[in-house]
Design a binder for this molecule. Structure first.
Ligand code: UDP
Length: 243
């Protein structure tokens, strides 16, 4: 006999007991790695990610250098032990894609023109994955860039919304991600009120997309507060960080 997985219970709660608009418990810290110029740790439920920044430094090989701005090199990588079914240690096609979307999101907020002919290296290392790693990875990377003191127009905070058993839910877990009808990772530059990453896997109606974006906004505002708190804690001894 096969028992069907109940993703939304009769009382409207989810498989892990959350309400549809409820995030998993989140935790963030800045300045967590000795050897990086900037670093951060982000946990969302069981998803755990470190981000590390190196540079800005002179771009090598030279032909990569842009005369009027810095370039960002980003490597998103999942550790072999981060998932239940061991992942090959090398970079998969998916990891190349996620490196690219994270890099492009960061390029939209970093003041690249401050560092001509330079490169900023961004490493996103997923230590434990339970869905939402591209958005949590970007959240961690932008926190690490702020920790490195790199000037930016805003931080980036991201979360995945999904349609699960016909219901829009915030911050998908892996059980939900695997069985959802649609997965909508969204990242915002919250004070600029602009979207810096938006992908859609599956189908949503126009109204669902609008509602999904509103749900994502609620999540990213919450994450943005945690990012600012992590920076305030990190730089408490340096003076005030503006609200
Ligand atoms: N996943 C996995 N093995 C893989 C890739 C992904 O188990 O090789 C899991 C992991 O928990 C990941 C989730 O599937 O977080 C969802 O992956 P997706 O590609 O949707 O990206 P994400 O939601 O992590 O941004």
């Amino acid at each position: 006999m096969t028992s069907e997985l109940v993703l939304i219970k009769e009382d409207g709660t989810r498989i892990d007991g959350r309400r549809p608009d409820e995030m998993r418990p989140a935790h963030m810290e800045a300045g967590v790695l000795e050897n990086a110029e900037g670093s951060a740790f982000v946990q969302m439920g069981k998803t755990k990610i470190y981000a590390a920044i190196f540079g800005p430094r002179e771009a090598h090989p030279r032909h990569l250098a842009q005369p009027h701005r810095a370039i960002i090199q980003c490597r998103y990588h999942m550790a072999s032990f981060s998932v239940t079914e061991r992942k090959s240690p090398g970079m998969t096609r998916r990891e190349h894609e996620l490196s690219k979307v994270i890099k492009e999101a960061l390029e939209s907020v970093v003041f690249l023109e401050e560092y001509p002919r330079s490169v900023i290296d961004v490493f996103v290392e997923v230590i434990q994955a339970d869905a939402g790693t591209r958005t949590a990875g970007l959240t961690a990377a932008s926190l690490a860039l702020a920790d490195a003191g790199i000037p930016m127009a805003d931080l980036c905070a991201g979360v995945a919304v999904g349609k699960v058993a016909g219901t829009l839910v915030l911050d998908l877990s892996e059980d939900e991600d695997k069985h959802c009808e649609a997965d909508l990772p969204v990242a915002m530059a919250p004070s600029l009120n602009s979207i810096v990453l938006l992908q859609l896997n599956g189908r949503l109606t126009k109204d669902e997309l609008k509602a999904g974006l509103q749900l994502a906004k609620k999540g990213t505002d919450l994450l943005y507060d945690l990012q600012k708190k992590a920076l305030q804690k990190r730089f408490a001894s340096y003076g005030e960080v503006p609200e």
